[in-house]
Design a protein around this ligand. Structure first.
Ligand code: ACO
Length: 362
């Protein structure tokens, strides 16, 4: 009997040298380097380099002055369609037909431009585009991103967003990364592979939930009673947002790193978040003693993004920006295997049927 692994849970489809969360040890390493050693020390463009090339340099190039080709009013749609258009616009050949070096450069160009598209779309069509002369080619990727979005960004916001991008850059085999690899395995071009991954992130089951964490923080700010709020949520049989994780059986290492950054930046909601976390952890431990329910990345990501004045409507797109690094690394790794992804399914539909027995036949 063939056993179906619904949702591919537990199925090992690829071998990777990029990263895999250490589920028991509560660590996340990019090519062996702990993210805690990267966040706040290595700018995102070089973390991209580490993930894709296995070394920090040369990393991600500066984005090119290219206008967002399409505006729908939805940042995700703008970015997904804008990125897909890059291959024809740049005459970018399929991954199957280009060298590994060229594929790497295509991914770098597409990534840099994807971030620029997110920034332009976030700025909206009401405001004029930031003049190109203001976007310093020598500045960091996140600084450029924030400049294209805001004009003149607060350097502490740049620091916060850079920390978030690095901590969310890669996380092993998740739905969008899997999508990027599947598309890359067909030999499609780099833009098609990354654009498909953006689409995979649009669903609420993968796109992240930091906005729901903020909603809870706001409730606690109103009542001033973290303990009472936590008890109320759990008594109603509801879940505390930002706690628990499908993979980790210990604290999510990204939460630890982002907590440290939130403390260092003196994020205004740091104290209320800490009170919420403390109350939640003690209540969850008392009510679910057999299960480790610790803080996950969404919790402290919410505080960091809130500090950088990123509206909740932009949280998924920020996640997209960060994850372009992991996707690029996986697309290149997949290309190098030269193997088409083609799983199987067990057919469980009707046996051979006369078409006249099927509804709608004349
Ligand atoms: N608050 C309260 N109880 C919880 C929570 C929580 N955040 N998380 C799990 N539990 C409880 C469940 O009610 C369940 O209890 P039961 O056995 O009495 O029914 C038990 O713990 C196990 O829950 P599962 O859903 O089986 O645990 P799983 O590991 O599959 O779920 C998940 C992981 C979905 C993230 C869950 O912990 C959750 O819903 N958290 C809140 C939402 C959240 O923070 N999402 C972001 C996750 S991080 C990320 O995706 C990058």
């Amino acid at each position: 009997m063939t056993e179906v692994q619904h949702g591919l849970e537990g199925v090992i489809a690829f071998e990777t040298q990029i990263a895999e969360p250490d589920k028991e040890g509560s660590a996340l390493r990019y090519r062996g380097v702990n993210i805690d050693d990267l966040v706040g020390r290595v700018p995102f463009e070089h973390v991209w380099g580490l993930l894709v090339d296995g070394r920090f340099e040369p990393g991600l190039p500066a984005d090119e002055p290219l206008q967002l080709p399409f505006r729908s009013g939805d940042v995700r749609v703008d970015v997904q369609s804008g990125v897909a258009m890059l291959a024809p616009a740049w005459g970018m050949g399929p991954l199957l037909d280009v060298s590994d070096t060229d594929a790497r450069d295509h991914l770098a160009r597409v990534t840099a431009t994807a971030l620029s598209f997110v920034a332009q779309s976030a700025r909206g069509s009401e405001l004029p585009a930031v003049p190109e002369a203001q976007v310093d080619a020598a500045s960091s990727t996140v600084e450029r991103f924030m400049t294209r979005w805001r004009g003149e960004p607060d350097p502490r916001h740049v620091q916060a967003v850079d920390a978030y991008f690095t901590s969310a850059a890669e996380h092993g085999m998740n739905a969008s990364t899997f999508t990027a690899r599947v598309v890359a395995s067909t030999g499609a071009d780099a833009a098609a592979s990354l654009s498909a991954a953006v689409g995979a992130m649009s669903g609420p089951l993968h796109g992240g939930a930091p906005s729901r964490v903020l909603a809870m923080i706001e409730e606690i700010e109103r009542s001033g009673d973290a303990q009472g709020y936590v008890k109320g949520v759990l008594d109603r049989g509801e879940r505390l947002m930002g706690f628990g994780h499908r993979v980790y059986r210990a604290e999510d290492p990204r939460a630890r790193t982002l907590r440290r950054v939130a403390r260092e930046l003196a994020a205004p909601r740091y104290e209320v978040a800490e009170a919420f976390e403390k109350a939640a952890l003690s209540e969850l431990a008392a009510r679910k003693p057999d299960r480790v329910l610790a803080t996950n990345v969404e919790f402290w990501a919410a505080i960091i993004l809130d500090f950088a004045e990123v509206p909740a409507s932009m949280f998924t797109s920020m996640f997209t920006c960060a994850r372009t690094a992991g996707w690029s690394a996986h697309v290149l790794e997949q290309k190098k295997t030269g193997r088409l992804v083609r799983p199987s399914a067990v057919y469980s539909g009707p046996g051979e049927s006369d078409p006249s027995t099927v509804d709608g036949w004349n």
